[in-house]
Design a binder for this molecule. Structure first.
Ligand code: GLA
Length: 519
């Protein structure tokens, strides 16, 4: 019988966590992510989609001491790179894959990295990364808070790791009790908190970042603000004219329309199941069609909580789709809510592919609001090890990495969870796969994801309320021979192992590793 080699992990972080009592505030917040090197390191996705003819905007995510001088080899015609900011602008007119080499230099050294710019019909070739206003600002969101978030995305360093979208959620339009909702010609009116939508998008773009917004296919959003119903064409054009790059489309009051059947849905259906599916899909198909007509790339995020098994068709009409209800509204259980949502989202790995992602909702860590009363923010109640598990789970599931806490109150621990280049690289892996469940019991979850370089990312999650040893054999992983195991959070090789490995994992915590894998 094969004997599993044990990993003897006596690393500072784990032993501190293991010693801790079962209450989260007794657990020490150990920063596992090593500080970024002073020499440049280029982060972010390795592959990036754009439609020919659309405005191109990309700020090269790069850590290291500033000033950094950027350059590129084989940049396609139509694009220019600003050497100082690392922002690429322009337009590609020809479809095809461009293998660009990005180069970054400072007084400490240089880095070069291949970046494939794919001019074609597919956007969001890797899961979108960014920030959304909902779980901290709710109906208090303003233009100024959005600009602050963009500023902070740069100042905090998040943009240097690939965070890019700065997205307004609900509550930027006029509310039900505050007519008029549209101008005489039907043009949608923002509310007094958003005096200049185009100016806001320009401001965000000026930082090399992307701007996102939110609406509903129904007459009203979930918060009771004006939706796009019967104005889809006009609203899509307006969003593009303003310069927005991302749209979240939230079902909300469309439920009332769908119940009786949208009068615009005139097809006849062979079976009730077909009709049912069409009712779910129709509003998204409609808006998706309108977005395709715009001269701007707008990533489309479906939000309808998993209805009609959206993972089976979401990729036909959008770039990502929420698979579950709101994470912030989940009831208490033995495990933190992200686990329950994660378990559901983890059931559909076959749905994920380049440009089409399961979305288990936002990263609710740091200083974050209370969804129930749309309350003010407070420090997350999640223990440090739980936060490492949350981020690892999202990364293994190739989930959009959208932080929704307060950008003005980012602390070192939160940033160490959000900004680990090797953890993010699993999420952004260009193969575009979502991890599969290798093993799940009440006490443990083992997820494995295939990576483009034939390696595998493996998450050993301890669901139990006390530390526990979790093992995996190489035969279960489908690999043989010696494997170098790398701890992704600590960015450290743990050595070469022959038959498998195991780790002592803290309560509700994770051991997140990568192996080079077989052929
Ligand atoms: C729904 C969505 C949330 C958020 C709110 C806004 O609940 O699922 O993500 O957008 O609406 O009202």
């Amino acid at each position: 019988m094969e004997k599993i080699l044990l990993l003897n992990i006596i690393l500072a972080g784990l032993s501190l966590s293991a010693l801790a009592a079962n209450t989260n505030n007794a657990e020490k917040a150990v920063l596992l992510t090593p500080p970024a090197p002073r020499a440049p390191r280029i982060n972010g996705p390795l592959v990036y989609g754009v439609r020919p003819g659309s405005p191109f905007l990309y700020r090269v995510p790069c850590t290291g001491e500033r000033p950094i001088t950027f350059s590129a080899k084989n940049l396609p015609d139509g694009l220019t790179l600003d050497a100082h900011s690392g922002i690429i602008n322009g337009k590609i007119s020809v479809a095809g894959t461009n293998r660009v080499t990005l180069i970054a230099k400072n007084s400490r050294g240089a880095a070069a990295r291949e970046f494939r710019i794919v001019a074609g019909s597919t956007l969001a070739l890797t899961p979108p990364m960014g920030w959304n206003s909902w779980y901290i600002h709710y109906n208090r969101v303003t233009d100024a808070l959005m600009r602050q978030a963009a500023d902070q995305m740069l100042a905090s360093g998040m943009a240097d790791y690939g965070y890019q979208y700065v997205n307004i959620d609900d509550c930027w339009m006029k509310k039900k009790n505050d007519p008029p909702f549209r101008a005489d010609d039907g043009t949608l009116l923002p509310n007094y908190n958003f005096p200049d939508m185009r100016g806001l998008a320009d401001y965000i773009h000026g930082q090399g970042l992307k701007a996102g917004l939110y609406t509903s296919p129904g007459p009203w959003t979930c918060g009771g603000y004006t939706g796009a119903y019967e104005h889809e064409m006009q609203d899509a054009k307006l969003f593009a004219d303003w310069g927005f790059d991302f749209l979240k489309y939230d079902w909300c009051s469309y439920g009332d329309i769908a119940k009786k059947a949208d009068p615009r849905l005139t097809n006849s259906f062979a079976t009730p199941a077909e009709k049912n599916l069409a009712r779910y899909k129709f509003p998204y198909e409609l808006m998706w069609g309108e977005l395709q007509k715009q001269n701007r790339d707008i990533v489309f995020n479906l939000c309808q909580y998993g209805m009609g098994e959206v993972w089976k068709w979401g990729g036909d009409v959008g770039n990502s789709w929420r698979t579950t209800g709101d994470l912030g509204l989940q009831k208490k259980s033995k495990l933190p809510a992200f686990y329950g949502i994660g378990f559901k989202n983890a059931l559909h790995p076959e749905a994920a592919r380049l440009g089409a992602w399961n979305d288990p909702d936002y990263l609710l860590i740091g200083w974050v609001g209370d969804a129930h009363g749309m309350g003010e923010g407070k420090k997350t109640a999640l223990a440090p090890d739980e936060q490492y598990s949350y981020m690892s789970l999202w990364s293994l599931m190739a989930a959009p990495l959208i932080f929704s806490g307060d950008m003005a109150k980012l602390d070192a621990f939160t940033l160490n969870v959000l900004c680990n280049s090797e953890v993010i690289a699993v999420d952004q892996d260009p193969l575009g796969q979502q991890a599969k469940i290798l093993r799940q019991t009440d006490n443990e979850l083992v997820l494995v994801n295939e990576l483009e370089d034939h390696g595998k990312a493996i998450g050993l999650f301890n669901l139990a309320p006390e530390p526990s040893k979790i093992s995996v054999t190489f035969s279960d992983l489908g690999v043989a021979g010696k494997q170098t195991v790398r701890d992704l959070w600590r960015q450290k090789d743990l050595g070469a192992f022959t038959n498998g490995f195991s780790a002592e994992v803290p309560r509700h915590g994770v051991m997140f590793v990568r192996i080079a894998g077989g052929k």
